[in-house]
Design a protein around this ligand. Structure first.
Ligand SMILES: [Zn+2]
Length: 831
């Protein structure tokens, strides 16, 4: 894919104005190509030249205003046009290639029944893989789509269906949308429909998932309706794109994508096994997130990818908020505090950090890299802070004015700040400068002086890294928690305070107040910062944490503890001890899952080979205690069981569960839990290719195929490792998802001896892998295959040598820089 630069896009937008795309696809036939006929009408500066993204396999007709265009005009992924008229009509009839990397028109064959499924994903610069187009967000146009497909298929697009005649579908023209938002699915999708408040609703999933879609549909429809109602209360412009369809597609790279009128999700969101409440909450959150985009992103779109945050930060903030306000999942802000913010903080402290709203993103490759914890989680946390500062009413009325002014068009950061300033009467330029335009994060620390049992002084000290010396105005809560008679820990009160950006703020209100047993900084999680408690409160955490009944407060404490371990301020052994004490009494599923996952990651990388087995054993014990303590059949029980399976080395016990022996009461050992056990047995060398094949024999599904690939890659066997490595690095016929999962199973801290030599191979062979795979698929494989558990100075030297190469792809450069920075921390924590 040729990268489109910001300068090229600005130049092109000054020359052309697109009116309509009329696309006619023929997806009948078994080959690896499809036919695409497109008519594009656009206005232009007379006599000017321009180009469209276009990557045909073979061109049939190609005319501009009735005159044939030379075939040589198609080169390097672009169609170059000269001698434009004021009104232009481009006609192109070409054969295009299906993709298996999740971009362009992705084609998937379901191993369960042989059915074929297509979905279109043009983002971020893949429009030219389906038709010639002006692939940039500020050249919006109306799309009219027709499709010829096998008669038994279902076809859906952004637009509403006008006629269907046998194998021919014709859809109504859409409102004006950006190219990256043009959507299409086709195949034997199972369909369910409903209606709400005059809006037709539909759900789609593979035929093999039909019974599971039926089972999940009541909840998905309910959440969809609740979120629509809530957005209609918040926004003055009603949902603007007619019907609201949600499709669950195989091998989708993102969690979901916000195409107007036809949102597409990865189909792991339609589970065939038991899942936890937090996984259900996550799905509700994603439904709300994509719906928020219908306004933020689809109705009003960023002009260029610099303002990606206008899409993602708002969708993350509003999705989390609306899910918590409108659905039964009230705890989404706990998940945000615990899980999403850690993602933002990690990205923000790496060498590749960038402002939430960078002044300039040079091209589409750079834009792709900004789909990170900063654009999503930090941006959303900053918006939460903005709302705390402006007040909700001013915030909402500013947003409504913004939509009103820019509907069906494009807007920038300056436009949004203007609308919010006007609504609130506050000048936001200073706020935007420090929160949106400057990278990195502040650390907030409480300092306490006591006078007997009372506070003589409580202060919050704000610091910033030397290279990013910006201090910011923070509004934070400081919570006072006491241990009451009978053991419970209760919040006495929370003081809200605006921190002085000069660095040290004394909370006068607390002077003379009886000291609390635990003083929680950032209670309520209003701000975005690294949090460090005063020494007395930190020392009280192991005793008091399990007894605090507010899950958001527990999440803020856990996040601070984990962050201190990540920074090497506290040893991983201390964390494991805390987990053993506090986890067995934890009641919030997302905290259990996240603590187990994060601690496991730290044990794998921060504990050396001598200390890791003992740490892992303690983690298995913590999970087992929770497993014994949790109610039969509960999400907690399932989360604990998964944690136990991942950490234990008790092979006979795991084999027993597969044979339905001594399974904890209420725990369902279903298809996915069976695979999780097989995966652990494979890592431990207690299951081989025979067991994996037998499991696949029981489960000939898409998920079964993916699990089997991951298990095979995890086997401690040289031939299996060699096969897995070659499949990821060199086999272009392996799909995006299978490549990612194969890479994900490859590196195991238990197998470092066997894996000697593969770190060298990573740095030698990944540049070539980046040519075998493309875009996000390449990025995901490069991340998953990184030797992150081969923690050593030698691995870091190899990374440095690769980074010194001037010809490195920007995507691989970012992956290696980030992973190497993580290893720098791990290595220094090992001491
Ligand atoms: Zn999004």
């Amino acid at each position: 894919m040729p990268t489109l630069t910001r300068a090229e896009a600005a130049d092109r937008a000054s020359v052309v104005d697109v009116e309509t795309y009329s696309v006619d696809l023929d997806v009948t036939g078994d080959g690896d190509t499809f036919r695409s006929r497109a008519v594009i009408r656009f206005r232009a500066r007379a006599g000017a030249a321009t180009f469209l993204e276009f990557e045909p396999v073979e061109v049939g007709t190609l005319t501009l205003n009735g005159a044939a265009v030379e075939e040589s005009a198609v080169r390097d992924g672009r169609l170059h046009l000269t001698g434009l008229a004021e009104e232009n009509e481009l006609v192109a009839d070409a054969r295009m290639r299906y993709s298996i990397d999740g971009e362009g028109l992705h084609r998937y064959t379901d191993p369960a029944d042989g059915n074929v499924y297509l979905y279109q994903h043009l983002f971020i610069n893949n429009g030219g893989r389906v038709l010639p187009c002006f692939d940039q967000p500020d050249l919006k146009a109306s799309w009219q789509v027709s499709v010829t497909a096998p008669e038994e298929w279902t076809v859906a697009t952004n637009g509403t269906l006008v006629t269907r005649d046998g194998g021919r579908w014709e859809f109504a023209p859409t409102k004006r949308i950006s190219t990256y938002l043009a959507s299409l699915i086709a195949g034997r999708y199972h369909v369910l429909t409903d209606e709400h408040d005059g809006i037709p609703l539909a759900l789609y999933a593979r035929a093999a998932l039909a019974e599971h879609l039926e089972a999940e549909a009541p909840e998905i429809f309910e959440i969809t309706k609740q979120c629509l109602d809530r957005f209609h209360e918040m926004f003055e412009i009603r949902y603007p794109f007619g019907h609201y369809q949600q499709a669950f597609a195989p091998e989708f790279n993102f969690g979901a994508m916000e195409y107007p009128g036809l949102v597409v999700f990865r189909d792991e969101f339609i589970p065939r096994s038991v899942i936890t409440e937090s996984e259900r909450e996550h799905r509700a959150n994603v439904i709300a997130h994509e719906m928020a985009h219908q306004w933020f992103g689809d109705l009003v779109t960023m002009a260029w990818w610099d303002d990606l945050w206008l899409n993602e930060s708002f969708a993350e903030y509003l999705g989390t908020r609306v899910a918590s306000e409108a659905t039964r999942y009230r705890g989404t802000w706990t998940t945000f505090a615990m899980h999403r913010k850690a993602w933002g903080l990690r990205a923000d402290q790496r060498p590749s950090t960038h402002p939430v709203a960078p002044a300039e993103v040079t091209d589409t490759d750079a834009a792709l890299l900004n789909f990170d914890g900063i654009s999503y989680a930090k941006g959303a946390a900053v918006l939460k802070q903005l709302v705390a500062w402006l007040g909700d009413e001013a915030f909402r009325s500013g947003l409504n004015a913004h939509f009103e002014t820019h509907a069906y068009g494009n807007a920038t950061l300056a436009d949004l700040l203007g609308a919010l300033s006007k609504a609130s009467g506050r000048d936001l330029s200073g706020w935007a400068e420090v929160w949106l335009r400057r990278a990195q994060v502040n650390t907030l620390r409480t300092e306490v002086r006591r006078d007997g049992g009372n506070y003589a002084e409580v202060a919050v000290v704000q610091t910033a890294p030397a290279e990013f010396p910006t201090l910011r105005p923070h509004r934070v809560g400081v919570g006072l928690f006491d241990q009451a008679a009978g053991g419970a820990v209760v919040r006495r009160r929370t003081v809200e305070v605006e921190l002085d950006p000069s660095g040290r703020t004394v909370i006068e209100e607390l002077t003379g107040e009886p000291a609390a047993d635990l003083l929680l900084l950032n209670d309520g999680d209003l701000t975005y910062a690294k949090i460090r408690l005063d020494p007395d409160s930190a020392a009280a955490v192991p005793l008091l944490l399990p007894l605090i009944d507010d899950s958001l407060a527990r999440a803020v404490i856990w996040a601070a503890v984990l962050d201190a371990v990540v920074d090497g301020e506290r040893p991983v052994a201390e964390l494991v001890t805390l987990v053993l004490a506090a986890l067995p009494v934890e009641t919030e599923v997302v905290i259990v899952e996240d603590v187990l996952r994060a601690t496991r990651g730290l044990v794998d990388r921060y504990a050396g080979p001598e200390t890791r087995p003992a740490a892992l054993e303690l983690l298995a014990q913590a999970a087992e205690r929770l497993l014994l303590a949790s109610p039969a059949g509960s999400s907690l029980q399932l989360a604990a069981a998964r944690g136990f399976i991942g950490a234990t080395t008790e092979v006979s016990r795991l084999r027993g569960w597969l044979a339905a022996e001594n399974v904890p009461q209420g725990l369902t050992v279903d298809a996915d839990l069976r695979w999780l056990i097989q995966y652990r047995l494979a890592v431990l060398g207690a299951a081989g290719p025979g067991e994996i094949d037998a499991e696949l024999g029981r489960d000939r599904s898409a998920s079964g195929e993916q699990w089997a690939a991951r298990c095979r890659a995890a086997l401690p066997d040289p031939a299996a490792k060699e096969a897995a490595w070659n499949a990821v690095v060199a086999d272009g016929s392996l799909s995006n998802r299978l490549a990612e999962l194969t890479a994900g199973g490859f590196w195991q801290p238990e197998q470092l001896g066997l894996l000697a030599g593969y770190a060298e191979r990573y740095f030698a062979e990944m540049p070539e892998m980046m040519r075998v795979r493309s875009g996000m698929s390449a990025e995901k494989a490069a991340i998953a295959a990184y030797p992150d558990v081969a923690v050593s100075a030698a691995t870091r030297r190899l990374a440095a040598e690769l980074l010194a190469r001037p010809d490195l792809s920007p995507i691989l450069r970012r992956v290696v820089q980030d992973a190497d920075d993580d290893m720098r921390r791990a290595l220094s924590a090992r001491g």
